[in-house]
Write a protein of this length. Sequence first.
Length: 372
Amino acid sequence: MSKRDYYEVLSVGRESSEREIKKAYKRLAMKFHPDRNPGDKAAEANFKEIKEAYEILTDSDKKAAYDQFGHAGVDPNRGGGNADFGDVFGDRFGDIFGGGRRGGQRQAARGSDLRYNLELSLEEAVKGLTKELRIPKLATCDSCDGSGAKKGTSPTTCGTCHGQGQVQMRQGFFAVQQACPTCHGRGKIIKDLCNKCHGEGRVEKSKILSVKIPAGVDNGDRIRLSGEGEAGEYGAHPGDLYVQVSVREHSIFVRDGNNLYCEVPISFGKAALGGGIEVPTLDGKVNLKIPAETQTGRMFRMRGKGVKSVRSHAVGDLLCKVVMETPVKLNERQKEMLREFDETLADASKKHSPKAEGFFDGVKKFFQDLNT
Ligand SMILES: [Zn+2]
Ligand SMILES: [Zn+2]
């Protein structure tokens, strides 16, 4: 059975924030949890699917791998193993339900990771460069240092929950732990909101980052800048910034790993007689010696003229395919010379065209076989 898309499983969009994903998970997990659907196999399967999607999409590394490669990029059974339901409610739900049975305050959320799509030319990717990126993001408010409280004041302990972030509510016979309605689980109250961030602790700010792109990066590579994502809530850890590299198509070269490919047209005369031809490389033109009787499509390898790997520092090769070009716009004299020349090739005993002879021999045999 093919797996459903994780975003689809949780009914969230691809651009959803971690908080939205958690919210969607909480809603669905409550609905399908086995404790609420005893003996219902479909609900149990549903619950497992939801749980798996949630675990991948809230782990920034796994989520990035999933976004890039789909299910092939992540193996949900690796690492964590198959948690049973008990541990799901104990740990996992703990950080969603705001404290859960561990009690205490809700942790301020880590900032979101950001992704920046950087398009490079092939030359830039191969040689590396330093790029200035303008990143619009949420940054810790410098007026209140992220506390959200007006300058000169600080948040006070919530009187309702006495800083616990949780209160006990009576519902009939049951006492239920709930996030404190006064402080929304934070355990603190801000009396005078910071003028700049209005109590958020974060402000929108665009930042110019100077990013060193290493030589040899390729399409699909990601550069992680730790802590350069969005600021966390109330001074919590910031997220990371991922620079996603894409390389524009080049007019001459096609890159495959560390190798570069190109096609170089040569004249019939040069192909037949041999000689030097000019071949482009990323460092300028170089001379390539073509032997006499070179057939069209022949590949020449120029060692070390490819790309230096960003990981191993191995250097690839340049593979040049020579393509013989049929001359066009011939004048009468040229045509006459060619006719004359062509007639000289007709003598089969001289074996000027081994490929053609081989081919026509094959055709002859084919028809003979048909007749027998
Ligand atoms: Zn502020
Ligand atoms: Zn409170």
